[in-house]
Design a protein around this ligand. Structure first.
Ligand code: GDG
Length: 466
């Protein structure tokens, strides 16, 4: 078996608690690498005065991690700049929030060149390389420029935007062209894959047949491969003592009321503002029932250096304060809004205590919270998942109550439907979703992608894996 070299912006701790700021990608890759062994390369998250390319190695649970420190200017332009001020909003269809600056584009390119220079000597002839996400789109092309002939795959964890939106990015064509250096490109859903094909076809005259794109003399295999959670680990967490204790504490504190839960990184793509508006609509439309529910929204801050994130935080603080001020009673508060990060086993207990899970992003590559909510439910008395149609997860979790997150009325109706759904229907819907969450878990995802990568014929001059 050849080794797998995973390359991503951040390399998370293989052991220990993952912070929410590291997001779903880290949760998924930690589980995947634990199984396969190999090497995980990326930015340490630390700064250095001057970039030297010095690598810090460490080894945990069968996984070697190799990290480099970056200069402050790299972090400003590459990470806080191009990745999170340009690509993240654009790829989530928010061109109103996207900032297009040449310094950001330059910093992004420079950081990717630095990553390529540093990781290249670590790659052995038989290794397969798997590059992750929007921070590293040009990395494959940079590795090819340096002569690497190994199999290289790329997986995008966020949506791929429609062509007309992507064309607002000044260097859209150059960026997309670098994708053609990969042997395999994966997306969570057919929808994101089709958008990518649409751009490549319209702008470069690409042809696509049976999952193979031919473009500019390159052949790129394409795969829609939805990421899953570590369902086994999550089921064990949910059955554990800490989860049980927190489930009990939450049930006691709910005091007979139905808890609605939301758990999201504090990010404008997660639709929190619209969720609060939809929930308020429910309160207004249902004066008799409203005191029978409350919303617990857990939203740990993320990317705090970026202004749009500071703004969404301020907006939500204002909204939760206003809604509570306007609707609360002496014995009831409608929203418990918490900007804290909780351990995963505590989250599992909270999910299980909830009657309704609200997962309503405006746009999301996949959304792992939806799957965690399903995995944590009590099979005898499961809660109801209300899920945005615009999350990648909606293509698999078709038995959720699917909503348009922009519509406060639809959200309000879904809360009402969920809160009076009979137990048999809840069980039927949950079983269907749980089956998918278990079957198409993170191991399935990793295997599907790496199997597809290993089945790519070796390039001339590359060494065959044993
Ligand atoms: C990106 C894509 C795609 C949240 N709060 C806490 C906490 N979390 C964990 C959740 C979940 C993860 O963070 C969030 O994952 P998502 O998938 O929901 O979203 P992103 O972070 O935006 O991830 C997304 C994903 O990559 C994988 O491809 O699904 O579409 O945007 O695991 O549980 N974890 C802890 N405490 C918290 O308070 N421990």
């Amino acid at each position: 078996m050849s080794r797998l070299i995973v390359i991503s912006n951040r390399v998370s701790a293989v052991r220990g608690e993952l912070s929410a700021a590291q997001g779903g990608l880290s949760v998924a890759l930690t589980a995947a690498l634990r199984e396969s062994g190999g090497l995980w390369f990326g930015w340490s998250g630390e700064l250095t005065e001057e970039f030297t390319g010095q690598i810090n190695f460490s080894r945990n649970a069968g996984v070697t991690t190799a990290t480099v420190d970056l200069e402050e200017q790299d972090v400003d332009e590459y990470y806080n700049g191009y990745a999170n001020r340009t690509l993240w909003p654009l790829f989530h269809y928010r061109i109103d929030l996207a900032q297009y600056e040449r310094d950001f584009a330059g910093g992004y390119q420079r950081a990717n060149e630095r990553f390529a220079d540093t990781v290249l000597p670590l790659i052995e002839p038989e290794d397969a390389v798997w590059v992750q996400d929007y921070h590293m789109i040009p990395l494959g092309a940079e590795l090819r420029k340096r002569g690497l002939r190994n199999r290289i795959g790329f997986f995008l964890h966020i949506p791929w935007p429609p062509r007309r939106l992507l064309n607002t990015l000044p260097e859209a064509r150059e960026l997309v062209e670098t994708m053609f250096a990969y042997d395999l490109v994966g997306f969570h859903t057919e929808e994101w894959l089709h958008s990518f094909c649409d751009f490549a076809t319209a702008e470069f005259g690409a042809t696509v047949e049976d999952g193979l794109m031919r473009v500019n003399g390159h052949q790129v295999r394409l795969l829609a491969c939805p990421i899953g959670i570590d369902a086994k680990e999550f089921a064990e967490l949910s059955a554990g003592a800490t989860a049980a204790e927190h489930c009990r504490v939450m049930q006691e504190s709910a005091n007979g009321r139905a808890m609605i839960v939301g758990v999201d990184r504090l990010d404008y793509s997660k639709g929190l503002e619209e969720r609060f508006a939809g929930y308020e609509r429910y309160l207004v439309d249902n004066p008799e029932e409203r005191k029978g529910v409350f919303l617990l929204q857990i939203a740990p801050p993320s990317r705090e250096a970026v202004e749009t994130y500071q703004r969404i935080r301020a907006v939500l603080e204002g909204m939760s304060g206003r809604i509570n001020g306007e609707h609360a009673d002496v014995d009831w508060v409608p929203i418990r809004y918490v900007n804290r990060n909780y351990p995963r086993d505590v989250l599992a207990g909270i999910y299980r205590a909830a009657k309704i899970g609200l997962v309503t992003p405006l746009r999301d590559g996949m959304n792992l919270v939806a799957k965690e909510f399903v995995a944590a439910q009590n099979p005898e008395d499961p809660g109801v998942l209300v899920l945005s149609r615009f999350a990648g997860a909606a293509a698999q979790l078709t038995e959720a109550l699917l909503v348009n997150p922009y519509s406060a009325e639809e959200l309000s109706d879904a809360i009402k439907t969920a809160s009076c759904m009979p137990r048999e229907e809840r069980i039927r819907r949950w079983k269907h979703m749980f089956d998918n969450v278990q079957r198409e878990d993170v191991r399935w995802w990793r295997k599907r992608f790496t199997d597809a990568l290993m089945s790519v014929p070796c390039r001339p001059g590359a060494r065959q894996s044993g």
